[in-house]
Write a protein that binds this ligand. Structure first.
Ligand code: UTP
Ligand code: MN
Length: 539
């Protein structure tokens, strides 16, 4: 795989791009493809264009609106485009607004424009011939490359492929290879957004986000049913051990790697090792089995009712919203996430401590760690956080959720004020379905450290976040996920809009000001994006 940095600069010719002041046609940004044209002819045509006030760029980028080539078919140019961008960065099919498409044009359009002294109207005969592959042209036009420009449903048509890519992504993330992890995740997200099943490589032509490595994996899975790299990874001792160790609450990839090098491969090894563990890790070990068993929607709703009671006891009028994967319509999750706010700005201050005290008094908490907010400490408003970490008052906790006989958990409670966002993908069922949460497998062998508690309760990871009302929409957008969707939103904001998005605010670098928004829809609009509802953010 060609390293990303080297790929970015595609080719250059002598002579500078025309400066803004010389450009007579601002909507037209031209790239002359050097392939088959030759460097000297390309340099000549570039000089000619500059002389007539055309904006001709040396490098291909997302700002290009007209790609001109000589002696290439449409198919060849598309293949070249995919090979250049290869799922690493930027888009090939949209311009900076993310709306207009790159026109793939023959040299005749360019020479006619030179003669006319202005860009001539594009006729069919100017367009590169693509009739051999009508599908490819369509796909380039229809599939944008940022996940936040697409609708990614929870259930999709390419799970075999995305499962394979996800294993490689996970492995990359566990072995300190974030860039590779993101490339695999982007490729998987692209496949998730397609409206049909991929059965052959030819269906992938012209699609963004698919680098060489991903294409190799996909090809192997399509041809053989499995990919050797994926299977080797899946079975590797390192991967299995790092997964098992990071499955312990409070253990990140770095710690897991250190332990793995010391010969610790399982939670039981860790238990025996005599390592000093922090409080989170101790709890993680103690409730290992429970915390690695998916939380159901019914359990999430039961937790929601408890949190709602706590919040309404300590601060009437406060509102809580289910966020994270459950808001996107997932039926299970690794934890349950809630966002709490109050319509009277300021009332939410100090709320978390009170909520946690109430929950502790009622014996609902097995573990909690509360972090104070830090945005109030900054003098210049809701400043941009130094990293993507946000600065809300936050509580990482483990709940003790009763699965007690007689505690019949219903999916909805008509008396609950527990708010569900209007765009949420799981509409309130009219009938309450009773759910038996008693059925619980006995502890598996990995869970030796787990307490031998009876089956009357289970441990559940719960994240609580408090946001001031004025930042609520940003917090809601930032905490609904998925992680890749959030990453893509921020990448879009920076690269395409010169803005910085966080869970607190949106900063416009050109206007040098913070932008306010009262809903997620407004934030998408400020970013120049079509609104994507939570159920479409499963990238
Ligand atoms: P989660 O890690 O809970 O992911 O973070 P999830 O999508 O709900 O998945 P499961 O079902 O629990 O496995 C929820 C969202 O909160 C944001 C991320 O955007 C993530 O998508 N988040 C999480 C943050 O902004 N900061 C954090 O420190 C953690
Ligand atoms: Mn979650």
């Amino acid at each position: 795989m060609i390293p990303f940095k080297r790929r970015k600069v595609i080719s250059s010719v002598t002579g500078n791009s025309c400066s803004d002041s010389n450009c007579k046609f601002p909507g037209v940004v031209i790239f002359l493809l050097g392939r088959k044209m030759g460097a000297s002819r390309r340099a000549f045509l570039t000089r000619l264009g500059h002389g007539k006030g055309f904006n001709i760029q040396d490098c291909f980028s997302c700002s290009i609106t007209h790609l001109v080539s000589e002696n290439n078919s449409g198919r060849e140019v598309q293949t070249w485009l995919v090979s250049q961008t290869g799922g690493q960065e930027r888009e090939i099919e949209s311009n900076s607004a993310g709306l207009g498409l790159v026109h793939l044009l023959d040299i005749t359009w360019y020479t006619e424009s030179m003669q006319a002294g202005c860009p001539v109207a594009i006729k069919d005969r100017h367009r590169l011939q693509e009739r051999a592959e009508p599908g490819a042209e369509l796909q380039v036009a229809l599939v944008p490359s940022y996940a936040c420009q697409r609708h990614t449903p929870l259930l999709h048509h390419n799970t075999v492929l995305t499962d394979a890519l996800s294993i490689l992504a996970e492995n990359a993330e566990l072995t300190d290879n974030e860039g590779r992890g993101v490339a695999f995740r982007r490729a998987a997200a692209l496949l998730k957004s397609l409206p049909h099943e991929i059965r052959g490589m030819e269906q992938l032509k012209g699609l963004p986000c698919l680098g060489d490595h991903c294409l190799r994996v996909i090809k192997e899975v399509l041809e053989d049913g499995t990919c050797s790299e994926v299977e080797t990874t899946r079975q590797s001792g390192q991967f299995t051990a790092l997964k098992a160790l990071t499955g312990i609450f409070g253990v990140g990839a770095k710690t897991a790697d250190r332990w793995f090098r010391e010969g610790i491969h399982t939670p039981s090894d860790l238990q025996r090792s005599g390592h000093t563990l922090n409080r989170a890790q101790q709890a993680g070990l103690q409730y290992y089995d429970d915390l690695n068993r998916p939380v159901t929607k019914a359990e999430a709703d039961a937790i929601g009712r408890i949190v709602e009671r706590a919040v309404s006891e300590v601060l009437p009028g406060a509102e809580i919203t289910l966020i994270g994967g459950f808001r996107r319509g997932k039926n299970t999750g690794h934890d349950v996430d809630f966002l709490i706010t109050h319509p009277d700005e300021g009332k939410e201050e100090g709320l978390m401590v009170k909520v946690v005290s109430w929950l502790e008094a009622q014996d609902f908490l097995l573990y909690q760690k509360t972090t104070r907010n830090s945005y109030l400490e900054s003098k210049d408003g809701p400043a941009r956080p130094p990293s993507n970490m946000d600065r809300f008052e936050r509580c990482f906790s483990i709940f003790r959720l009763s699965t007690h006989n007689g505690v019949r958990m219903t999916e909805t409670d008509p008396h609950s004020h527990f708010s569900v966002h209007p765009h949420d993908s799981h509409p309130t069922p009219q009938t309450c379905r009773t759910v038996d949460v008693l059925s619980r497998e006995d502890s598996s062998e990995i869970g030796q450290p787990q307490s031998s508690h009876s089956q009357s309760w289970r441990a559940v990871r719960v994240d609580l976040v408090v946001s001031p009302y004025s930042q609520f929409s940003f917090a809601l957008l930032g905490w609904t996920g998925s992680k890749l969707f959030e990453r893509e939103l921020r990448r879009w904001a920076v690269h395409e809009k010169a803005m910085t998005l966080s869970s607190h605010t949106l900063y416009d670098s050109k206007q040098r000001q913070y932008l306010r928004a009262n809903s997620e829809e407004e934030i998408f609009a400020l970013l120049g994006l079509e609104y994507v509802p939570p159920c479409g953010r499963n990238a």
